[in-house]
Design a protein around this ligand. Structure first.
Ligand SMILES: [Zn+2]
Length: 285
């Protein structure tokens, strides 16, 4: 068995590669677990169904590499990426796998519980999928983990995303990026940067399609019922790998900063009030 510091220097520590004995020997106060979780979900005719899953897995891995360098006194443990989430509105396309918010909650809680009952203190839940029933599952689990165990948790991307930090911070582009909702300019750019060989060249010919998902009359409808027959909302043809690089590193930085803040006892950034309100009134689906 290598000692901890040599493991930290050379590689990401993956939970599935450790024995219970090694896990038990980790310093409970200085070990931080990362749980990447996002569903398989259609992302237009040009991107893979694992777009959110691959992005969050890679961003979490990169964040841990940075944290290993910045905080060598801490141990960062990557859990296997869980291919699960709520995306019922997309299930009229093959390849979208949706579970209920209850299932998301139970899965996330079970991970937290299994570390909390052995005295571990920190769990970061990393997701790239921003559907509110999915986030409700995650936040309900976090609350339960924190109240039953002496654990601190956070979900970095939701508060950043829903406080419109992307729009505030992104490079100026000359078009309205607030309409890029799903598998459009941003996610196509991201995949062109991280996985160019997984982006179908047809993206260049896809028409821009815009649709608000906030109006009450769209609630409960699927993408096809809303006339979104190709499964994207936005302008994939504008995709740009340089923007993808910026967007990816922004995601990594948000995970790094949230992790350090959590460890230092700072209150994690919260979801905005309107999102919390929707979560409260939302029935499980
Ligand atoms: Zn996505």
């Amino acid at each position: 068995m290598k000692n901890k510091s040599s493991l930290n220097d050379t590689k990401i520590i993956k939970l599935e590669e450790l024995s219970w004995k090694h896990i038990g020997e980790l310093d409970k106060d200085k070990t931080i677990f990362f749980l990447p979780i996002s569903p398989l979900e259609e992302h237009g005719p040009h991107l893979p169904v694992g777009t959110d899953l691959l992005t969050i897995k890679d961003a979490t891995t990169e964040a841990i590499k940075i944290l290993n360098k910045e905080r060598p006194e801490l141990t960062f443990v990557m859990l296997p990426t869980v291919p699960v989430g709520y995306c019922k509105f997309n299930t009229d396309f093959p390849g979208s796998v949706s579970v209920s918010g209850n299932v998301v909650r139970d899965i996330v809680y079970s991970f937290g519980e299994s570390f909390g009952r052995h005295g571990f203190k920190y769990l970061i839940i990393c997701t790239y999928h921003m559907a509110i029933p999915h986030l409700k599952g995650i936040y309900s689990a976090m609350k339960k983990i924190e109240s039953r165990y002496n654990m601190r948790t956070c979900e970095p991307w939701g508060p950043y995303f829903y406080n419109n930090e992307v729009e505030k911070r992104e490079p100026k582009l000359g078009f309205d990026t607030t309409k890029e909702i799903h598998a459009g300019f941003r996610e196509t750019s991201l995949m062109k940067y991280q996985y160019p060989y997984l982006v179908d060249e047809s993206y260049k010919n896809l028409q821009s399609i815009y649709r608000s998902l906030n109006s009450p009359r769209v609630i409960g409808k699927t993408f096809k019922q809303l006339g979104l027959k190709d499964g994207y909302i936005g302008s994939p043809a504008r995709a740009d790998a340089d923007y993808g690089r910026w967007f990816f590193s922004e995601t990594v930085n948000v995970i790094v900063k949230s992790t350090i803040d959590l460890y230092e006892g700072k209150k994690p950034r919260e979801l905005p009030k309107n999102i919390k309100k929707i979560m409260r009134v939302l029935f499980w689906q």
